[in-house]
Design a protein around this ligand. Sequence first.
Ligand code: SAH
Length: 231
Amino acid sequence: MFYRIILFIAVFLLKCEISNAQYPRQDERNQMVSAQIEARGVTDAATLKAMRTVPRHLFVPSNEASRAYYDSPLPIGYGQTISQPYIVAYMTEVIQPKENFKVLEIGTGSGYQAAVLAEIVDKVYTIEIVKELGGQATSRLKTLGYSNVEVKIADGYHGWPEHGPFDAIVVTAAAEFIPPPLIEQLAEGGKMVIPVGSPFMVQTLMLVEKKNGKARSRSLFPVRFVPFTRQ
Ligand code: SAH
């Protein structure tokens, strides 16, 4: 009898753990979307839905998990950060993602931005320069079932020409200038969003659009990102 009770409790706790892991912290995500993202003007339905869906707390180190839905960036180790939820949503909306898109991301980090994109588009290619982060993101995305994301460990400066051209490119580290290979790999009519500026200073989020083979860029607003490093 005693063992049966123990077994019953163990099975119950395991079930809680599994359902917790599958559909966790939905209220906090809904609150994050309404208070931080919709309140600041993001309206794209697919973006909002993705932000309500991706379990952000599973993309941060366990000692940061309680703060996962705060209105701020968080450390993810190796001197890197996961962006503030609003910035992730803004960068997703601004490329106007469509279901049939193939998107390139530079700066996989935790894999969170890649997962948000993967909720919306067909295929996401993402490149991370820090081997350990790339490895962690690969297994995290696989565990969470994001089979439409491919992670490569490399210097993202060169893009991923084998899979280009891309309908959109999202760069999540601040570069001193826009890497020419990324402009080349942008499809006609495609959009790239990239923070540009010196490391550790205020940078400018830029939107690059390719029309008739020409890239035109415009400034969006000031941001602060970790630096785009080179191998
Ligand atoms: N998009 C990430 C945020 C990452 S922070 C997320 O959702 O969690 C920026 C990341 O860019 C860091 O992990 C950093 O290591 C990476 N990075 C910096 N320079 C890079 C480069 N040249 N190529 C690829 N990744 C780079």
